[in-house]
Design a protein around this ligand. Structure first.
Ligand SMILES: [Zn+2]
Ligand SMILES: [Zn+2]
Length: 272
């Protein structure tokens, strides 16, 4: 099957390794026809205090130069200029301005705002205590609220990344998820976005793909197109476990994988 990867990172994330070139070379060595570089878009001042969550704002130009050079150097593979955006309403204008040069926007929610106004990264080991304080159901509720807000926002997200990310550290929903999944699927369909099967979850404490099988089924039934991404934070992980991702897509009822193009279109690859 034709292979593509729609979600990758480099050293520019400040928490990954490898260069744009190395990511592209890894994709090429696996015979891929397309790879999207999707570095974390910088956050507005004051939010990423440790400086390890996202790309530094002054590296945006460097990132674009690397992407342009790679497109020149490797004409045999389609390279998409992407960013992964951590959604927050207060940053909508910042996001719109800084994401302008990019061809692909992944939409993510990785943080919730605490009562004191600080950001709580619920998917990071350093934030484990926050789960106790808030309660699991409240975390999922707050996550859903932000996720829906992102879809309704003026930011033109193309793909919603790792749609059920809160489970990453092992916090799979313990409640009946039918309403949650139906709400997410309807909202994604109404917004016209794609979602992704993200294989990195297999290597996290939760040990499963994003999204969970029932959520992927809900997306399929709602007619939401689906991409595949490794969320690689080092070049060797590009394309990791994609056979498992394809199998999950088929099982959920998908006949095609959807692939964005650098020009802003979409195409489909049969899942055979
Ligand atoms: Zn992410
Ligand atoms: Zn990512």
């Amino acid at each position: 099957m034709e292979r593509t990867d729609t979600h990758t990172h480099t050293y520019l994330s400040n928490h990954g390794i490898g260069t744009v070139d190395e990511v592209v070379q890894s994709a090429l060595s696996q015979g891929m026809t397309m790879v999207a570089l999707t570095e974390h878009l910088p956050l507005p001042p004051g939010i990423d205090e440790s400086g390890t969550f996202a790309m530094d704002a002054d590296m945006l130009g460097v990132y674009l130069e690397y992407l342009e050079a790679a497109r020149q150097t490797y004409p045999s593979i389609e390279i998409i200029y992407g960013v992964e955006v951590d959604w927050r309403y207060a940053a909508a204008n910042f996001i719109l301005e800084h994401s302008k040069p990019f061809e692909l926007l992944l939409g993510s929610v990785h943080m919730l705002t605490s009562a004191g106004g600080q950001q709580w990264q619920f998917d990071h080991e350093s934030g484990l205590a926050g789960w106790q304080e808030r309660g699991e159901q409240n975390v999922w509720d707050a996550y859903l609220e932000l996720w829906l807000e992102a879809l309704a926002s003026p930011v033109p997200f193309d793909i919603m990344a790792h749609p059920d990310l809160p489970k990453k550290l092992g916090f799979k929903p313990k409640f009946d998820t039918r309403e949650l999944y139906a709400t997410m699927a309807e909202a994604a369909a109404a917004a016209g976005v794609m979602v992704e099967v993200n294989t990195s979850g297999l290597h996290k404490p939760v040990g499963e793909l994003y999204p969970a099988p029932a959520l992927l089924r809900a997306f399929c039934q709602a007619g939401v197109p689906c991409t595949i991404g490794s969320d690689a934070h080092c070049p060797a992980d590009v394309g990791r476990d994609f056979e498992k991702g394809y199998a999950a897509l088929r099982k959920a009822g998908y006949r095609y994988l959807t692939v964005p193009t650098a020009g802003g279109d979409r195409r489909r690859i049969p899942l055979n």
